[in-house]
Design a protein around this ligand. Structure first.
Ligand code: MTE
Length: 325
């Protein structure tokens, strides 16, 4: 599969890394290094929000799964080859159309089995939790994959703040529903029952690998990657990693998720990466690591739990992974 490179991606979305680093130096000089620092007048909000300071992922963290030395997928590919059906079904659509999305201000409703429900401005939800960099593999069910340096907070730290009750067995996430800005939600051809919903079992949510991302490549999330706040669950197929989240609900029962509702025989609730269980339309034994091309498909073997077996296999001990796909 060729990677589409639409010419009309806004230049503002693709700040070359050296410029970004330079900008970071300047901001450090201005005493602005920490994310969430107060904005001086004269510096636009989007400019000030552009870079994020996070604890870096280092080789010492490889045993935890927080780091890999595999070649990172270039930013240009991460931000131009996307699945975000709210903006269209073509891989280039999100980069083309997500600019219409307003991400500031952004608030998140927290409800259900939780001691601290409410509507939180995103800044308040994140305040005081240190950002971390995590270099993860992302494996899509369509059998392509990337390596992405994310920035975010571990979900378990956020949950500690929200205090789930003892009845909370699952967590449900909902994406923004705003057809005026999300053209895919207005489409007459869409088969998805908006808004997009995903969920995890509580122990999956609490696993140290599970990240709420606010950035990648050292800067804020591009809108096409799910700005300003998305889930990243690296041992599951990419569709679990829901974007642009506006609601978090703690529940006693397993949530109904978008893809499972749409095609239950194809997409399960668990969706753990598993080379031994094929999707009805795709073998899952191999994947194409991006960047690739027709002449160099960069085909590699898919690993159990996307290579995170050591960190997560215990969560599924005794479970029939063919049945609970
Ligand atoms: N979240 C929402 N709200 N809508 C989507 O269409 N697509 C999913 C997931 N999250 C999707 C979504 C799929 S199928 C994948 S593979 C990943 O996002 C892709 O993330 P990326 O575009 O940042 O690589």
């Amino acid at each position: 599969m060729l990677i589409k490179r639409p010419a009309d991606i806004p230049a503002s979305e693709i700040t070359p890394e050296h410029i970004y680093l330079r900008r970071r130096e300047l901001m450090a000089g201005a005493g602005l290094f920490a994310a969430g620092a107060l904005l001086p007048t004269g510096l636009g909000a989007s400019e000030a929000r552009a870079s994020l300071e996070a604890k870096p992922a280092t080789p010492a963290l490889a045993a935890k799964g927080f780091y890999t030395d595999e070649k990172k997928t270039p930013f240009e590919d991460v931000a131009r080859y996307n699945n975000f059906y709210e903006f269209g079904t073509d891989k280039g659509d999100p980069a083309k159309y997500a600019d219409a999305l307003t991400v500031d201000p952004w608030s998140v409703v927290v409800e259900g089995e939780v001691a601290r429900p409410g509507t939180y401005p995103l800044e308040d939800l994140l305040k005081g939790i240190d950002l971390e960099e995590r270099i993860y593999r992302l494996r899509c069910v369509e059998a392509w994959s990337m390596v992405i340096p994310w920035i975010g907070i571990p979900l378990h730290k956020l949950l500690a703040r929200l205090e789930p009750t003892s009845k909370a067995k699952y967590i449900e996430f909902t994406t923004l529903y705003r057809p005026a800005e999300m053209r895919g939600q207005r489409s007459r051809f869409s088969t998805i029952d908006w808004p997009y919903v995903e969920g995890l079992r509580m122990d999956e949510a609490m696993n140290p690998l599970t990240l709420m991302a606010t950035g990648l490549y050292g800067r804020e999330l591009p809108k096409q990657n799910g700005a300003p706040f998305r889930l990243v669950v690296p041992w599951k197929y990419g569709f679990k990693s829901i974007k642009s989240i506006v609601k978090i609900r703690l529940t006693e029962r397993q949530p109904r998720t978008t893809w499972q509702e749409l095609a239950p025989q194809e997409y399960g609730f668990y969706a753990n990466v598993n080379p031994n269980v094929d999707h009805p339309r795709w073998s899952q034994k191999y994947e194409r690591r991006l960047p690739n091309s027709l002449f160099d498909p960069n085909r590699i073997k898919t690993r159990m739990f996307n290579g995170y077996e050591e960190q997560v296999a215990h969560l599924y001990k005794g479970m029939n992974l063919r049945r609970y796909y």
